[in-house]
Ligand binder design. Structure first.
Ligand code: 5GP
Ligand code: ZN
Length: 113
């Protein structure tokens, strides 16, 4: 369940003081430590999966999307936000515990770099 040395497992286990924006039995969301937009939160499952490719549980995938939507609403950007899931190093993934980025509060460029 918990992966040793995984920073996001530590956040789930409250080894660091982190305020959760949304918490359910399946996932939590919290502010990104290095925000790339005025609103930048992360939604993660409580259970460790290295990336989206390791999750087969479609119900959990749906719950994470719901969590992202709720997080955007709680942060006041329900009408304009972007969700990002980086999968693999070349795609920009640095933390190998799946997370959905919730970005908002400014205009976004397309396509992303
Ligand atoms: P990735 O590049 O893997 O898609 O995104 C990882 C994100 O996690 C980055 O935006 C980074 O700023 C964030 N992050 C890394 N370590 C921590 C941490 O200890 N606390 C929080 N709140 N965010 C973190
Ligand atoms: Zn983990």
């Amino acid at each position: 369940m918990t992966q040793e040395n995984c920073i996001f497992c530590k956040i789930v286990n409250r080894e660091f003081k982190t305020d959760f924006i949304v918490e359910t039995q399946d996932y939590v969301s919290f502010n990104d430590i290095t925000p790339r937009a005025p609103i930048h939160a992360l939604v993660i499952p409580k259970k460790h999966f290295a990336s989206l490719n390791e999750i087969e549980d479609v119900e959990l995938m749906g719950k994470l999307l719901k969590g992202a939507k709720e997080t955007a609403a709680k942060l006041g950007v329900a009408d304009n936000y972007r969700l990002v899931i980086n999968t693999g190093e070349k795609a920009g993934q640095a933390v190998f515990h799946i997370h959905i980025h919730v970005l908002g509060g400014r205009s976004m460029q397309w396509p992303p770099g």
